[in-house]
Design a binder for this molecule. Structure first.
Ligand SMILES: [Zn+2]
Length: 230
């Protein structure tokens, strides 16, 4: 009787245990040197790669991405000249035009996937890396780390860029298209964001968080549980 209430919903004491995401084999991760990776013995899937100097590299790439993001949203993305009339627009301006044209749903999707989600993705990553740099990472680093994958899923600048390219080719027959500064900045941003994700090692940050606070919290929870059942 005592077992069932105590065993369920308790975190596994061994944080090195990992289930292979491909074949579900449960195994223990070894200590890895920077740059080395661990593979599943059954299906050869890479389970974890310890990135070299992950926190500093990610911080540098994230700062670069933040700078480019600000530039990309403050300078024109596209200009058009039709029979002597010229007009140019930014990313947010484009969404605004869509809204006014009665395409509210598309306007909201553009705003979410090309403006809001990338801002959250960069902002969360910056906060996580800066928080993890501290000697005792604060608790909110874990909360942000848990929600960061969602911002990554919705951040789709590259999809918007492909759409813009297709549109450019189609309207080139009817109007003179002037590619704006933001178009080039956004292409660089796409690669910076990919680099930022590739250099980031979430396991390393989790380890730092657990080291700073996880042990103490787990002990106190265990004490509470023991006091409640005795
Ligand atoms: Zn496997």
């Amino acid at each position: 009787m005592r077992l069932s209430s105590q065993v369920y919903n308790r975190p596994i004491a061994d944080a090195a245990l990992i289930a292979c995401p491909q074949c579900d084999l449960l195994q223990r991760l070894p200590e890895l040197a920077p740059g080395a990776s661990a593979r599943c013995p059954r299906c050869d899937k890479e389970l974890w790669r310890r990135r070299e100097d992950s926190l500093n590299r990610t911080l540098a790439l994230t700062l670069g991405a933040a700078l480019l993001y600000v530039v990309a949203n403050s300078v024109p993305m596209l200009g058009l000249t039709i029979v002597g009339r010229a007009a140019s627009t930014t990313v947010i301006g484009g969404a605004e035009h869509l809204w006014q044209d009665g395409q509210q749903l598309v306007a909201m999707l553009v705003l979410l996937t090309a403006v809001i989600a990338p801002a959250l993705q960069i902002g969360f990553m910056l906060a996580i890396v800066l928080g993890a740099h501290r000697e005792r990472p604060p608790r909110w680093v874990g909360t942000l780390l848990r929600h960061h994958p969602a911002t990554r899923t919705w951040s789709m600048i590259e999809v918007m860029m492909l759409g813009v390219l297709v549109a450019l080719v189609k309207i080139a027959d009817y109007a003179t298209v002037i590619p704006g500064m933001a178009l080039f900045v956004l292409w660089v941003l796409v690669f910076l964001l990919a680099g930022m994700q590739a250099s980031f090692d979430s396991r390393e940050v989790w380890e730092r968080i657990q080291w700073a606070q996880g042990g103490a919290r787990r002990d106190s929870a265990r004490d509470r549980m023991a006091a409640g059942t005795s």
